[in-house]
Design a protein around this ligand. Sequence first.
Ligand code: NAD
Length: 512
Amino acid sequence: MTQVAEPATGSAGAELERVNHWVGGARVAGASGRKGPVYNPATGEVAREVDFASAEEVDAAVRVAREAFTGWRATSLSRRTEIMFRIRNLVDEHRREIAAFLTAEHGKVPTDALGEVARGLENMEFATGVPHLIKGTFSEQVSTGIDVYQIRQPLGVVAGITPFNFPAMVPMWMFSNAIACGNTFILKPSEKDPSASVYLAELWKEAGLPDGVFNVVHGDKVAVDAILAHPDIAAISFVGSTPIARYIYETGTKNGKRVQALGGAKNHMVVLPDADIGMAADAAVSAAYGSAGERCMAISVVVAVGDVAEPLVSAIEERLPKIKVGPGSDATAEMGPLITREHRDKVASYLDSGKHQGATLRVDGRQHPLYQDGEGFFLGVSLLDNVTPEMECYRNEIFGPVLEIVRVPTYADAVQVIEDNPYANGTAIYTRDGGAARQFQFDINVGMVGINVPIPVPVAYYSFGGWKASLFGDLHMYGPEGIQFYTRAKVITSRWPDPATSKVDLGFPRTR
Ligand code: NAD
């Protein structure tokens, strides 16, 4: 499979690969004249350029998807299932190639990138069960000689707008179910790491998906706004930051679309005094710094209850020098760079703001040699202790390798801290007390809860989604709610003709 389309000339005169759109089963070079840089975050260099679609280019892709819908929705479930199995097998076979794109453009280390592909693959596996998942219901003889049944039908052309931090998995969350249910799909991936989506499009083609069923348009706000305004797009799935999620939800629903828009997060891990300190520290470190903290389910705040704080923070701190920060090309690296220099600097700025507002900067990632001397967008792991909810570093989603410790006297205070936070994506509790864990599960207003599990991303046969400012819409993503999102119900009331019982009756239909 080729990766390169038309060569372009970079500012330094070097030829850069161009990432094109994918429409109607083929690469389509951008015609808008607008483009964006795609960095290798480990070196800081612009590695590729990506086309930015105009509203007209989005419209052309939607027209292709609209035409493909007629045939695809009529394609038998058995044929659609066969294609789902084929794409599942191709993604499985090409895990390493997909992961390599993630490492090259996002910066995550290969083990993490392979984990992302594996979790995306689960969604494809779930979608192979579409004949069972899409089954309707049937009620016989609701009235004499009359049956009622409900069927679920696809919506038409649906779109997915995805964030930079999971360039393969989040699109797979969306398009696996959407396509299996008979919709056609327009993906607008993050412009920061767009290549994996085009590679997945090539795999879809190889799997036998008819041209036009899966399309990729790259771009920025111009492309997104064209999707939001397009009358032939029936539904939008979005994952990204909260301000954009709110905008997508408000604009999309105003334009009559079904929308699910997942936003940002600030995930708290409560550690009770009876918890196993070593296990809690391992979990906090893994969940805070994995993928350089650029995960919507990362633990960004540890809420240490009572006298667990001192030994817990020491145990976390002593683990940090052992974390190997480096590029994905180094097989021993455990944590890669951040996505852009601008984002890295923004993350680092919270270390100073936290310190100025009274937090204790116990570990400063700016001391790392790759921050000080490297050209890549690296920041070492950082630990801010004695953080309070009023501080800027707490109030914002940092989305980087910074773990904050909030110390509280009681369990009730810990719950209150979480309640007062506007986000509610994920949370976790560490304790050996089953009763306390059960109480937490009952009390807490958060969409995904881990009990001694720090990153409780649901398996593909449940659905993923936060509460409060972490999700706008009614249905969570993937799993059973994903099937509901991408289909609509039709209820049929049916009678086989029996002229013997026919008469004129102007009354409102009643059962008999
Ligand atoms: P982002 O909101 O900046 O971008 C997401 C998408 O929206 C991209 O495709 C981007 O091109 C587009 N976009 C950006 N600005 C826009 C604008 N002004 N108008 C229209 N479209 C716009 O998010 P990001 O930085 O790519 O991703 C990180 C964010 O995503 C974090 O906040 C993270 O918590 C969140 N996230 C949430 C989940 C979840 O499941 N809740 C999962 C992953 C990431």
